[in-house]
Design a protein around this ligand. Sequence first.
Ligand code: G3I
Length: 356
Amino acid sequence: MGLIIQAQPFFALNPGNVTANQITIKIAQTTTPSLRTLAAERGIKIGTAVRDLPLKNEPNYQKTLAEQFNIITPENVMKFEPLRPTPDSYNFEKADEMVAFASRNKMNLRGHVLVWHNQLPKWLKEKKLSRDEAISILRDHIYKVVGHYRGQIMAWDVVNEAMADDGRLRNTIWLQTIGPEYIEMAFRWAHEADPDAKLFYNDYGGEGRGRKSDAIYRLVEQLLLKKVPIDGVGLQMHVGLNYTPRPQEIANNMLRLSELGLEVHITEMDVKIQDGYGTRKERLVAQANIYRQMLQVCLKASNCKAFVMWGFTDAHSWIPQFTNRPDAALIFDENYQPKPAFYALVELLRQPVEVR
Ligand code: G3I
């Protein structure tokens, strides 16, 4: 938000009185339009992951969130562990609060995540499960959670990170106990529980082209051949100054997914700067260029419908804790001040629409 002060001398035209220069200050409050306003004009969802504690306790967090974004993803409160503390109990309180916030602020929701190998409750990890027990637990979980939020979730990350980096299925508790069929089972149960929600496969490291990307493509192609209800692929886009997939490769990947009839969401974007070179200012400019490039790829792809970042303020990012090193991967700084990356996204969204 910039303040332009145009001072111009104003001569008071009054007879006989002391003429005095009056300075009128015309303040042209140049307010930078919000990302959500610009995104709506472009017909795209632009959003972020949301944490329950700052949402509850930090006015700046709530204000910036409501002002700037039209879609949100609960970062953690809809995962297996928080929702299901014991085999027979569900705790929807924190997730319900986030869903209510989204509703009050007319935001769409991405549900995250029904089937993952992380953040599972102790009771599940410690249990020696038979195949039938694992199927029963997973089906009950999906029916209960998707049913609880029926009609409120635009898109679910049904299965997350099922593919290992070598292009084989990750050896998770679900693969070990149920077998590879767990993936199609999960999608079918989610569709039965909420036929209107879009169902996504979500992963990292498969944004461009390569072994993992090709394996994900084959996986979703097979699901479609089996008439499994899947609507899209989530490209997480956790990148950094030292690792960024080439935009043209991402565009090619999005195109081949569109040829399968699948939507694409960028679901968890952040851009680490800890491994970059140059001054902090130079790294923030390089970061801004990467954010702009990835939004550009999404805007140009006919099937890319959402651009979601994994947090929006450097005050609340998973990266410093995960890497045990300071970083600044998001588009607002820790004081909720816009960074070059924010202005890069605004500038891109303000450009005339290129015909897709
Ligand atoms: O809620 C407990 C709290 O009760 C306890 O006191 C505390 C002790 O450390 O842990 C808290 O849980 C933490 C949870 O975040 C909520 O804050 C977990 O330890 C911590 O491991 C967990 O990290 C999350 C991580 O997923 C693992 O689930 C990150 O915040 C979250 O950003 C990250 O997000 C994932 C996506 O879901 C999938 N794609 C990759 C992405 C980054 O890893």
